[in-house]
Design a binder for this molecule. Structure first.
Ligand SMILES: [Zn+2]
Length: 274
């Protein structure tokens, strides 16, 4: 940063919590420059506050996190963060709870947390050997990007809800009614909807590819229930058309909120009324 004023350039040389006095408006050192928790600060005992710059994107922690995240996304093999743990501190799991995912359900799916990245991590496993094929990780401190996502290949960019988590009501679908498969956009929505239908997958992103659509085999009726934002609407439209062209009976489910925001009862009724 060649344009930093002297006080800021000085502050950036200080380790966390340190302060130093330099010259300001006179020949004595009246300007206190400090590296505080929230940012760099300059205060002159003669002329008052002289500047403050929040650590923001420049904090050491944030840079370290970005480096680690970049490595996670670039490495040849899909892996979870080094400090991944399935013990998610309750105050970090709020995002899950708000989406109706209980601690037990999170544990069932092996969802976890990376304390160093401050991200809730949703691993995606495949096959009986539960091979890790991808993950989505959401920041709990509002870091950007909010979500980071990685999959082993486009073929693996699909998350399938575990049918063993289905609620008893799922058996009640009268023969020939209800969708054979519901396609959602995100993993948490698939987990929620997957408790109320025979089968539910999340596309991990909005654009479905040929590999992902292979999971539609053996279905007759497919419901597409993506997010209500513009990207979701456009993607749903395309997906419905492709599925219809392939001969499936399609159901478009459009709601004001993401599927995961609805109660089990509401999800059930949204899927029944079509
Ligand atoms: Zn001064």
């Amino acid at each position: 940063m060649p344009d930093d004023p002297v006080w800021l350039a000085t502050a950036k040389t200080l380790s966390a919590g340190r302060r130093i006095r330099i010259e300001c408006c006179a020949h004595d050192k009246s300007l206190m420059v400090s590296n505080e928790e929230r940012g760099y600060r300059a205060y002159c005992f003669r002329c008052g506050p002289r500047g403050f710059v929040a650590h923001g994107d420049f904090s050491i922690d944030q840079l370290r996190r970005r480096r680690e995240e970049f490595a996670l996304l670039q490495e040849a093999n899909v892996r979870l963060p080094n400090d991944f743990t399935t013990e998610i501190p309750p105050n970090e799991a709020i995002w899950l709870y708000r989406a109706g995912i209980s601690a037990a359900l999170a544990k069932h799916y092996g969802f976890g947390f990376s304390p160093s990245l401050k991200r809730v991590v949703l691993p995606v496993y495949s096959g009986e050997r539960r091979t890790l094929v991808g993950f989505t990780a959401r920041s709990t401190i509002g870091a950007k990007p909010k979500y980071i996502e990685r999959t082993r290949s486009p073929a693996h960019a699909v998350f399938t809800a575990d049918s063993s988590t289905a609620l008893p009501a799922t058996d009640d679908w009268p023969e020939g009614s209800g969708p054979d498969l519901v396609i959602t956009e995100d993993i948490l929505s698939a987990v929620r909807v997957g408790r109320l239908v025979r089968r539910c997958v999340a596309l991990m992103g909005t654009s479905a590819n040929e590999h992902q659509l292979a999971s539609t085999e053996g279905c007759r009726t497919i419901a597409v229930w993506l997010d209500p934002d513009r990207a979701g609407k456009t993607a749903a439209h395309k997906l419905l058309r492709r599925l219809a062209l392939q001969g499936y009976k399609t159901i478009a489910i459009r709601t004001e909120q993401d599927p995961k925001r609805y109660s089990n009862r509401e999800i059930r009724s949204l899927l029944s009324s079509t």
